[in-house]
Design a protein around this ligand. Structure first.
Ligand code: NAD
Length: 419
């Protein structure tokens, strides 16, 4: 972003996207100067006793980009590549995402640079609790409400909720979302992001006049988002021809057996050793011929190096920031229909918002209510983005950013600058 502290390829990309949208919106330059950088960025040391008795000090982050519309909201990522720049980019994207889908929330993100697959359950728990204690004065139900992201799950959220609650002296379920249902989580949260991706694909198919039951799909990443996308697309009649995770990918033009892939991933926590289809690398996977391509792992997977070789008709971004700005231009030229991350994967934060509301009211909804409300919000948002894209003759990413940024900017102008 504007200064060197949060400079990284991901933050540079987020700011480039913002600048393009700000220019098109003719955004107030004072507002733009503020929005190019986060409100607050916290770096913490997380000393953790490892199983061998040694203390390992991990680095943790929480970045709060903008809270003009409401409390900061955003996931916590455990991954070796986590750094201040990446977390800052992810926090900025959360601001636009919450605003785009009309939530009274701002954008935040957090993470710890670590490889969760290398940590025991006890080490993960100790690290999570200490991280929570380090950021405790900066989070809270009215302030900043974390959620799961890559490498974290409902168990991690349960430990965060418990640590925060122990400090307060009473249960505070509304401090995080994506919790187990048994302690105030909502039905439908675990599946919400992947389900939302598929709802937006359905809208895109309707718009393009494509019959999903004749379509093929390739999905990169087989975690919380990717595996649900695979499952829900298969239910919609789409043939899944390629999947992958951090260990590599698998391809079968006749279709992969989705139920068996799920069983394998549940049992081994990875697709390693998958006996179905031919082995492909993650790079090859993205270039496979298919109707629908869903990157659902890391950012910057589709770049100027590989974008020319993409062979899909719809690119639905399950991951945050999987496509670089240079690649965006080529995607538009190639006529690939893009469903941008802040729209495609917004289902997660929408149902996180539902969870927060249910916790605050101590009144819980059925899964049908959750899914219906989710679908209504995403369908409305998709149509708004599509209309903006047609009216302004811009791609879907720029249209989505313009809507999200414009609402935040208007709110900032109403509230004014506190001296
Ligand atoms: P996850 O940890 O549950 O799963 C990540 C998957 O990606 C795993 O299958 C992992 O093996 C795979 N992966 C890791 N590195 C890879 C690589 N180099 N190549 C290919 N695959 C790789 O994470 P998740 O929650 O599914 O998140 C995935 C993406 O979706 C992230 O970009 C995240 O920010 C975004 N997202 C998640 C949510 C959510 O609710 N969990 C919401 C919105 C957006």
């Amino acid at each position: 972003m504007a200064t060197v502290e949060w400079h990284s390829p991901a933050s540079e990309m987020a700011v480039q996207q913002f600048d393009i949208a700000a220019k098109k919106l003719n955004l107030d330059s004072n507002v733009a100067a503020r929005l190019r950088r986060p409100d607050r960025a916290l770096i913490v040391s997380v000393p953790t006793r490892m199983d061998n008795g040694q203390v390992q000090v991990f680095t943790g982050y929480r970045v709060q980009h903008n809270d003009v519309l409401g409390p900061f909201k955003g996931g916590i990522r455990y991954h070796p590549a986590v750094n201040l720049g990446e977390v800052s980019a992810l926090a900025m994207w959360m601001t636009w995402k919450c605003s785009l889908v009309g939530l009274p929330l701002g954008g935040g993100k957090g993470g710890i640079a670590c490889d969760p697959a290398e940590l025991s359950r006890q080490e993960l728990q100790s690290m999570t609790r200490r991280y929570t204690a380090e950021i405790i004065n900066f989070i809270g139900p009215d302030v900043d409400v974390p959620a799961p992201d890559m490498g974290t799950n409902e168990q991690i959220m349960a430990w965060i909720m418990d640590t925060y609650s122990q400090h307060k002296g009473h249960a505070v379920p509304e401090v995080v979302t994506g919790k187990p249902v048994a302690i105030g989580g909502t039905l439908g949260r675990k599946e919400a992001t992947g389900r939302g991706v598929v709802y937006t694909i359905m809208e895109a198919a309707k718009h393009l006049g494509i019959d999903l039951s004749r379509c093929t799909a390739v999905v990169q990443g087989f975690g919380n988002v990717g595996s649900v996308v695979v499952k829900e697309l298969a239910i919609a009649g789409v043939k899944i021809v390629g999947v992958s995770d951090r260990t590599g990918g698998f391809y079968d033009s006749k279709g992969l057996p989705v139920d068996r892939l799920m069983e394998l991933a549940n049992k081994n926590h990875s697709l390693e050793g998958c006996p179905y289809g031919d082995k492909v690398t993650n790079a090859e996977l993205l270039e496979l011929k298919c109707d629908i391509l869903v990157p659902a792992a890391l950012e910057m997977q589709i770049t100027k190096e590989n974008v020319e070789r993409l062979q899909c008709r719809i690119l639905a971004e399950g991951a945050n920031g999987p496509t670089t700005v240079e690649a965006d231009r080529v995607i538009q030229e190639k006529g690939i229909f893009l469903i941008p991350d802040i729209l495609a994967n917004a289902g997660g934060v929408v149902v996180s918002y539902f969870e927060w509301v249910q916790d605050l009211q101590n009144f819980f909804w059925t899964e049908e209510e959750v899914n219906k409300k989710l679908r209504d919000i995403l369908t409305k948002s998709f149509q708004e983005v599509l209309s903006m894209s047609i009216q302004q003759k811009v791609d879907m990413r720029l249209a989505a950013l313009m809507i999200g940024i414009d609402r935040v900017a208007k709110a900032m102008l109403w509230r004014g600058l506190y001296a």
